[in-house]
Design a binder for this molecule. Structure first.
Ligand SMILES: Nc1nc2c(ncn2[C@@H]2O[C@H](COP(=O)(O)OP(=O)(O)OP(=O)(O)O)[C@@H](O)[C@H]2O)c(=O)[nH]1
Ligand SMILES: [Mg+2]
Length: 452
């Protein structure tokens, strides 16, 4: 559904910059482009015109580069205009005011991408990838967004749809030919393929967890008894004085969080209050917070003090720590060799460290990266990762397939099985936007930035 109006937005951040980019999309682009640079001839498509921008009063606002994209040759599929003046907020504001006076309407967040989707320039998963790409903060999430932008999710949905259609075609054979004409084992084919599809789709749904980790970062909790060096560790990892360090046990009362990179991964690391049984009321609240945070943590760094005996940890915390999601850091090796902890949680890896002497951080990073890589093996061979919206649609598709599979086993009429399969195909279609649901599109594109 093409825009009747021409929309306009500043696509670069507000503020001073070398240049700014103002984008327009819609039917008036060709006419506005010519008018603002006073050109009699039509604008050349995909050509950078360097000219003075004049407002409706004929005042020169700035020298700009103006690029025109003819309908069908642009991001949105409509005629588009990109105006690049100097990045002065005052100039930008004057140009925006002039463009509104010329009849443009301010674009809604994500409206350019939404128009591109509605004009069939991309499927819905690719439109979402545009937003993911802009927000990606780690190499891994960039890679995932780029793959999705290039259609990885769409291709996967086509593959699943093709497989379902082929099962349907086999079933149609039953509808067309009475059962006695077909050998009995033929029914086993569609049934087997259905089970395989269910397994494959469940695996795909599982990758949602991975997508959330890419997006939000791997949540890592630094835990341990008071005074072992937890705050010193978060400071060393982030290269800042994020958390107060002191020789007084119980310095950190509540958790403090920071972001950092470990190899290609984005990590949210949280320093927490020291764990010990006989604390004061405030410390107890801090410890409760730590336990609460542990419920959603993906990884733990358990810090021990080489000079003190091994700790007794709260059960609620211990239950969440496994050898594959926890590294033990034996700190203060400048004071003692840490051998006292050798038998403590023997399946867990230990990294000796002296934060005072700046020793052990590299080894920690190496082991940490290896542990994350091992724990987060690329979920799918083809690297396809789905988001929460995709997973919800796929789950409903799986439910429909399970119904179909049960009906098939019970020997119910093939027409009923086919109806479930068609429903599953509709749900798979939702992932790439073969849906007629304005509300869903509204909520999805609202999360975009303006000008995208
Ligand atoms: N000798 C030595 N002292 C250290 C080392 N790392 C930290 N410390 C000291 O240990 C004390 C406690 O450090 P913090 O980082 O505040 O410990 P914490 O675990 O955050 O303590 P709480 O917030 O009280 O739970 C400080 O005096 C640090 O300077 C180390 O590797 N060697
Ligand atoms: Mg602390």
């Amino acid at each position: 559904m093409p825009n009747a109006e021409t929309i306009v937005a500043l696509s670069t951040p507000a503020g001073e910059s070398a240049i700014a980019l103002i984008r327009l999309s819609g039917p008036d682009c060709a006419q506005i482009g010519r008018a603002v640079i006073g050109r009699a001839k039509p604008l050349r498509t995909r050509y950078a015109h360097f000219a003075s921008y004049r407002d409706l009063n004929g005042t020169v606002l700035d020298d700009c580069v103006i690029t025109y994209y003819a309908e069908g040759q642009s991001f949105t599929g409509e005629a588009m205009l990109e105006i690049a003046p100097h990045g002065n907020p005052l100039i930008v504001q004057k140009i925006m005011t002039d463009l509104l006076a010329r009849g443009c309407r301010p674009a809604e967040p994500g409206e350019f991408t939404r128009t591109a989707f509605l004009n069939g320039r991309m499927d819905l998963s690719q439109a979402e990838a545009v937003s993911d790409l802009i927000r990606a903060r780690s190499d891994r999430s960039l890679e995932a967004a780029q793959r999705q932008l290039h259609g990885s999710v769409g291709r996967k949905m086509s593959e699943l749809t093709e497989r379902l259609l082929s099962v349907m075609a086999q079933l149609e054979a039953y509808i067309d030919f009475p059962e006695e004409d077909l050998p009995g084992e033929d029914q086993a084919g569609p049934s087997r393929e259905l089970r395989r599809l269910i397994v494959d789709m469940r695996e795909l749904i599982e990758t949602q967890r991975y997508a959330a980790l890419l997006h939000d970062g791997i949540k890592t909790l630094i835990v341990g008894e008071p005074n072992v060096g937890k705050s010193s560790l978060i400071n060393a990892l982030t290269g800042s004085q994020r958390s107060i360090v002191s020789e007084m046990p119980g310095t950190t009362r509540d958790y403090i969080s920071a972001f950092l990179m470990v190899g290609p991964w984005r990590i949210e690391v949280l320093d927490t209050a020291g764990l010990h049984e006989a604390g004061d009321a405030i410390e107890k609240i801090g410890i409760d917070h730590t336990i609460e945070q542990s419920e959603t943590a993906d990884f733990f760094l358990l810090v021990l003090d080489a000079t003190t005996p091994s700790p007794t940890l709260p059960d609620a915390l211990l239950q969440r720590m496994r050898p594959d999601n926890t590294l033990i850091i034996v700190n203060k090796t400048d004071l003692a060799d840490g051998g006292a902890h050798a038998g403590f949680l023997p399946e867990f890896s230990q990294v000796p460290m002296s934060l005072l002497a700046h020793e052990g951080l590299d080894a920690l990073r190496t082991q940490w990266l290896a542990a994350i890589d091992a724990g987060l093996k690329q979920p799918q061979k083809d690297g396809v990762v789905v988001n929460a919206r995709h997973a919800a649609s796929l789950s409903r598709a799986v439910e429909a397939l399970e119904l179909a599979s049960d009906k098939l086993l019970r020997g119910e009429p093939t027409e009923l099985v086919a109806a479930d399969l068609r429903e599953a195909i509709t749900f798979i279609g939702e992932v790439v936007g073969r849906v007629d649901n304005e509300r869903m599109l509204d909520s999805l594109f609202k999360q975009f930035c303006i000008g995208k």
